[in-house]
Design a protein around this ligand. Sequence first.
Ligand code: ADP
Length: 348
Amino acid sequence: MYNYIKHKLGDKKDKKKKEEKKKVPPRPLVAQKSLTVLNESRTEVVAEKIEDVYTFGRELGSGAFSTVRLGTHNASGEQFAIKIIDKKNVKQDLHRLAIEMDVLKSVCHPNIIELKEIFETDETLYIVTEVVSGGELFDRIVEKGSYSEKDAAMLIRKLIEALDYLHDKNIVHRDLKPENLLLKSKNEDTEVKLADFGLSKVLGNEVLMQTACGTPGYVAPEILKAEGYGKGVDLWSVGVITYILLCGFPPFYNENVPALFESIINAEFDYPDEYWSHISDDAIDFIDNLLVADPSKRMDAKAALQHTWLQGNAPSTPLKAVQTKLKEYNVALKESKTSMNSENPLGL
Ligand code: ADP
């Protein structure tokens, strides 16, 4: 009986409590939400937090200023890659990026990672893109049983086709480097996918310059001279990447950063005989027409696609020594990336 009364009384108390709770006016729904989708108006609040829209999975990789994680879209079950950037690293006003979202989202090409959406909260930027499973291109090349100049030419052709498409839409990548060359799947060696287009707009020139300082130079002379960021900057980077693909080390390298910059600005590089004597003249001519200091004299994407080296006749002789050298370079790349993640990336 006692228990019964206690139970009943308790019930009443609970009811009273619940009623008191009800009297507190609910906060307006919008004020509680803070995940905004970046579009032209920049006002579309979609949820309280990213986890309401995507469920995070494993880490896919990390870069100097970001972490990339697998994300499953809660509504559709579809998987994406979500790049998470601390806004402290975003030096730009995002307004310009917001205005260009329509153009960026319209990019649809077999060799370019598609952008789905960009979200922001007060502290973080989330870039949602297509996910690929093949890993980084350089990792795959060093693991490959055999690799030839023909393979390199095929990859470079696809990369330039992707750039030609972006350049026609007036999109300049501006941050082309091996880490941005991913492969579609584990069993496709040649389906290269270009990542991170549009990101340069998020990070701004200052951060890009910092990245350029911390990693061996893929960056064009005109960027170092702060003389502009036209489409030519991407073709310069293709020249650097092609050089590395054919010998396993970069054309511009110096532990001393000012000296490195100097050699890039003057396009001072060579083809040491020991590594280049067996590479075709066409390949060398192709690089010579990309690593040109004056951007107006550099091949553009369309001219590069017409170059003899990209017409399918490059030699298919295995480049075993290149794979070994590239392996060493790749290890150094990963190490420099780790140090870029530290507090003081430039060691200053
Ligand atoms: P950052 O530009 O900050 O250096 P990256 O774009 O290089 O960062 O991304 C870091 C790593 O995350 C990549 O090297 C790659 O291994 C992985 N990654 C990036 N985007 C994707 C994607 N769309 N699908 C799968 N893995 C990805």
